[in-house]
Structure formats: C-alpha cells, structure tokens
Design a protein around this ligand. Structure first.
Ligand SMILES: [Zn+2]
Ligand SMILES: [Zn+2]
Length: 122
C-alpha cells in the first residue's frame, strides 16, 4: 500500500482517525496513537486535552458528591445528637447523654472528613 499523499512512498501505517495509509514522513504519534500529520494530528491533540479536562471534571464532581453526602449525613447525626441530648437531660438519663455525645462526635468527624477530603489533593 502507498501513502495517500506521496504515491511513490510505501505506507508504514494507517491513520487511527481517518484510516488513510501514511508514510514515515506523514506519520505522527500522539500519546501512542499513529495519526496523519496533515489532518488528524491537531484533532488528536485536541481530543486528548478534552478527555483530560473531562476526566478532571468528573473527578471533582464525584468528590463533591461524596463531600455533599458526608456533610448531609454528618449534619443529620448532629441533629440527632442535639435532640437526644435535650431528651436525655429532661429524662435525667446519663447513658442517653453519653450515647448522644458519641453520636455528636461521629457527626462532627464525618463533617470534618467530608470537608478535608474535598480540599485534599490526590
Ligand atoms: Zn488522519
Ligand atoms: Zn506521505
């Protein structure tokens, strides 16, 4: 098979985007993929950059979702703690107070973990 552009040159590969046969001179490698210089090289670079940005966005979005869930759960636990504490004091129950404080500590640490995970770099 001959190069689509240089009809006297033997093709060394087919472009992975447009599938035209390309010779050594027309061949360019963009992150491991062989593409033709003339038409697909820039497209391929753009695609790679776009994918990198999309991946980064997806990572931030999933981290934000995790943080949001952690915050909601932590805050719910804090509310449970608050109401059980009120109940515990009105019933004068020491055990209930201890349990309420444990729930509160759990909620607080969950909130803290959620926030620090979001801002930590991976
Ligand atoms: Zn091409
Ligand atoms: Zn060529």
């Amino acid at each position: 098979m001959k190069c689509h552009k240089h009809l006297e040159e033997n093709a060394v590969a087919a472009c992975t985007r447009c599938w035209r046969p390309i010779c050594h001179d027309c061949c360019s490698t963009v992150s491991g993929k062989m593409v033709c210089k003339e038409r697909c090289e820039e497209d391929q670079i753009f695609t790679e950059q776009f994918n990198a940005i999309a991946q980064e966005n997806a990572k931030v979005a999933s981290r934000a979702a995790g943080t949001g869930m952690g915050l909601v759960l932590g805050t719910m636990l804090l509310l449970v703690c608050f109401f059980s504490l009120r109940e515990a004091y009105s019933l004068n129950s020491y055990e209930m107070q201890v349990i309420a404080y444990i729930i509160g500590a759990l909620g607080l640490s969950l909130d803290l973990i959620a926030v620090t995970t979001f801002f930590s770099k991976d």
